[in-house]
Design a protein. Structure first.
Length: 280
């Protein structure tokens, strides 16, 4: 039970949506640095290829770029088709791609809801559904395939900023991940206890579905906010700092390795304690 085997992801095949920048880039680096083969997606192919070049320079694992614009449903299907030409299974799916929209309540546009909910929530389901057959192929009884959905503490608490669609979408991601937990439970030949979902006609291999509710990290999405409010944000975090790449990558490595193989349907806060900080 040594740490080198307990947290080992070497040789695993990983897909990180929105993996070229921000938290997705941090997560991708964590996998590559520990010997995984990582496919990262982005709308901006140049940014995606640049990130892969940087990641491949680390050695150990490998990084590959696939362009995908998740605002377009057909791009989700194209992503699956392109990935399937290269790999016949998928050990870890990290649903990270997301967007935000801030505006005062009286001015908040309907278009914001369509745009943010489509990318942050709807496509999480679409992509997971598409890649289920490849997750099934990778799953083993003691080493399930993993679905890791990147949520936010703003889906757990009331945010201080007026990001109505974003916080609602992340709350939806948290619950969708829990809903998927039993859906990706033991395959029929592993079941020993009758399930209330036994009416399902689909037999799924053993996989797990979990969420990371992330606090503030250095990212493009957070750049403007941190530029203005970094000091006050850090003052409100019990650990008095924002997140680092090691924080979110470490959480993903835990969930993707033997160490996290018995975790399913969980929402893990990676926020320095922000979500539970007392307000007087």
């Amino acid at each position: 039970m040594d740490s080198s085997s307990l947290f080992n992801v070497k040789g695993k095949i990983v897909l990180v949506t929105g993996g070229a920048k921000g938290i997705g880039r941090m997560i991708s680096e964590g996998y590559v640095a520990n010997g995984a083969t990582v496919y990262i997606t982005a709308r901006d192919l140049a940014a995606c290829e640049k990130a892969c070049a940087e990641l491949n320079a680390l050695g150990k694992g490998k990084a590959h770029a696939i362009r995908a614009d998740f605002y377009k449903e057909e791009d989700c299907k194209k992503l699956f088709e392109e990935f399937s030409k290269r790999e016949d299974k998928l050990h870890v799916l990290v649903n990270n791609a997301g967007s935000n929209w801030g505006a005062p309540y009286d001015e908040y546009p309907s278009a914001a809801w369509t745009r943010v909910l489509t990318l942050n929530l709807h496509r999480v389901f679409d992509v997971t559904q598409l890649f289920t057959p490849l997750l099934e192929k990778a799953a083993k009884p003691m080493d399930p395939a993993r679905i890791i959905n990147i949520g936010s503490i703003d889906g757990l608490r009331v945010p201080s900023l007026e990001t109505f669609a974003y916080s609602s979408s992340k709350a939806g991601v948290h619950h969708l991940s829990r809903v998927l937990g039993p859906s990706f439970g033991p395959a029929e030949h592993h079941v020993s206890i009758p399930s209330p979902r036994a009416y399902s006609t689909r037999t799924l291999s053993k996989s797990s579905s979990n969420t990371l509710a992330c606090g503030p990290f250095e990212s493009k999405m957070m750049a403007a906010t941190l530029k203005k409010f970094k000091d006050s944000i850090e003052a409100g975090i019990p650990l008095h700092r924002i997140g680092t790449p090691e924080d979110v990558a470490g959480a993903c490595l835990f969930l993707s390795s033997r160490a996290g193989s018995y975790v399913n349907g969980a929402t893990i806060t990676v926020d320095g304690g922000s979500a539970i900080a007392a307000k007087l």
